[in-house]
Design a protein. Structure first.
Length: 99
């Protein structure tokens, strides 16, 4: 992972803003895939996919540890993100099935 050497507070904040922009883009990209996945599923229980959620949380926790990042932070972020995306996926699933 490449980190730019910053010489001022403003420069460091500018770099953080760039990272935040990329994070939001990646979350939006993930959410778009979630909406697509809804069309492959046949029930709301399948949308909820508890086993898949557990696998994702385990994987990102391991990745956080490997990157010397708090696994609890990543766990909390992903739980919140997945909960919101599951709600979005259920809405997409219900909308697709109503046609």
């Amino acid at each position: 992972m490449e980190i730019k050497k910053c010489t001022t507070l403003d420069e460091a904040r500018t770099e953080i803003d760039k990272v935040d922009e990329e994070i939001v883009k990646l979350i939006a990209k993930r959410n778009n895939y979630i909406k697509r996945i809804a069309h492959f599923k046949t029930s709301v229980d399948e949308v909820k996919a508890e086993d898949r959620i557990s696998d994702v949380i385990s994987r990102v926790r391991e990745q956080a540890i490997a990157l010397d990042l708090s696994p609890n932070l990543i766990n909390d972020l992903y739980v919140r993100m997945i909960d919101a995306m599951v709600e979005s996926e259920i809405a997409e699933f219900n909308n697709a099935k109503s046609f």
